[in-house]
Design a protein around this ligand. Structure first.
Ligand code: DQA
Length: 145
């Protein structure tokens, strides 16, 4: 079985994007850490796209996975198409933000996708993805079948 790690716009340049906000870990570092966390039970499908349409396609192409970890980036604010794609995603998923969005500008304080997620992890930088992987594994192991 697979777990999807989906990252939205501007997250492919992690490691050189506002490092004081997002840290020095690259997306490849994050994908390695998450893959290690979910192995050997689950295989990681890592996808990053800058465009909303491509992200919607990636969600639709992964309806078969056991669960997902999603950082929608700025699409958390107004990505209604991605939001609707996630609404019909059949597996549980966890929303991650590297930064503590509530400690930042007010336009980041509300996520239109978060209510569809099993839970949100924000403010712990790259480690938040590993925390999300742990939480997702627990969720999948304890979920009634
Ligand atoms: C982010 C927070 C968003 O507000 C921002 O647009 C991003 C990154 C985060 O991981 O902290 O692109 O999702």
């Amino acid at each position: 079985p697979e777990i999807l790690l989906l990252n939205g716009p501007n997250l492919g340049i992690l490691g050189r994007r506002q490092v004081h906000v997002y840290g020095t870990d690259t997306l490849a570092d994050i994908e390695r850490a998450v893959a290690a966390e979910i192995a050997p039970e689950y295989k990681l499908a890592g996808v990053q796209r800058d465009g909303e349409g491509e992200l919607i396609g990636a969600v639709q192409d992964h309806y078969h996975v056991a669960g997902a970890i999603v950082n929608p980036g700025a699409l958390m604010i107004a990505g209604w198409g991605l939001r609707d794609a996630l609404e019909s995603f059949p597996a549980p998923w966890i929303e991650v933000h590297l930064s503590n969005v509530w400690a930042r500008e007010s336009f980041r304080h509300e996520s239109i996708t978060a209510a569809l997620s099993a839970g949100v992890i924000a403010g712990f930088g790259a480690h938040g993805y590993t925390l999300a992987a742990k939480a997702l594994l627990r969720l999948l192991a304890t979920r009634p079948t």
